[in-house]
Design a protein. Structure first.
Ligand code: ZN
Ligand code: ZN
Length: 275
């Protein structure tokens, strides 16, 4: 059984209203023993530069108190999801900002995610107005590859092929054209000791697979990758550990026998057979 959900959000994220206590109660109710809150930091977010930033001092003060209060029920870890950027005019300031944040605050777990590309968020239809399906996806994956090469301090690649959730229904994506860049991303993760996150949030957005897909998880395994983490990306209490039974079935069918959580930046491996 998967006993840890280590990619989740609370009202410290711009796109969630969930009280951290409600998320923790949901995690306990679902039988989890480890929980990590990873609120968004997307420095210089394109449409609104004040969005997706939290006050790290207030965050640590709240999370440290909760960790103590809930310690007899669940092991709370303090994490963050960083929005990485490859655009030349923002990459430098974004890197400096995150380096300082990670120096100043002792996060247990850091997810490196690619949300924005070409100064926009492909979640919005605008991104697709000037790009056909395959081209739009490729541009995103190339940015992700650059991000995996050029940032430090994060432990896993968040939701690797996340953009596939947002391809407009009327656009075709030629999957075979994505293989080379996906292979390069996986090789980069392995060479740099960065793990691969399996994110179940896609299944709640009318997308039929995890991010990344089972095929990509299988390729990572084939290349020798064993450092995986599992996250629901819940922004609401009812989504904590969502579809984790499916994630476990998918991962064990590939051959994975364990997944990782992080404490003080160090991985702790846990067997799927643990209860
Ligand atoms: Zn994300
Ligand atoms: Zn997230």
């Amino acid at each position: 059984m998967i006993l840890a959900d280590i990619h989740t959000h609370t009202s410290f994220s711009t796109d969630s209203d969930a009280a951290p206590e409600a998320m923790l109660a949901s995690a306990v109710e679902r039988g989890l023993t480890t929980y990590c809150i990873t609120d968004h930091m997307d420095y210089l977010f394109p449409m609104d530069e004040t969005a997706f930033l939290f006050d790290p001092k207030a965050y640590f003060s709240k999370m440290t108190a909760l960790r103590e209060e809930w310690s007899d029920r669940i092991d709370l870890r303090i994490g963050v999801e960083l929005g990485l950027r490859d655009e030349p005019d923002v990459a430098g300031p974004v890197r400096d900002y995150y380096e300082k944040l990670l120096r100043d605050y002792p996060f247990d777990f850091v997810i490196g995610s690619t949300h924005c590309v070409c100064h926009t968020d492909p979640y919005y239809p605008d991104y697709w107005q000037t790009r056909i399906g395959t081209e739009g996806v490729l541009r995103y994956l190339e940015a992700e590859l650059w991000n995996m090469e050029h940032y430090d301090g994060f432990h896993v690649c968040g939701h690797l092929d996340y953009i596939l959730r947002y391809v407009p229904k009327n656009r075709r994506v030629h999957r075979s054209k994505l293989n080379d860049v996906i292979e390069a991303i996986l090789q980069t993760l392995l060479r740099r000791g960065i793990g691969l996150e399996i994110n179940s949030g896609s299944l709640r957005r009318n997308y039929p697979d995890f991010n990344p897909s089972a095929a990509i998880a299988a390729r990572y395994y084939e290349l020798g990758g064993r450092l995986i983490t599992i996250g629901s990306d819940a922004h609401y209490a009812e989504h904590v550990a969502a579809d984790f039974d499916r994630a476990e079935a998918m991962l064990t069918a590939i051959g994975f026998d364990s997944y990782a959580t992080f404490r003080s930046g160090k991985p702790i491996f846990q067997k799927f057979s643990d209860r």
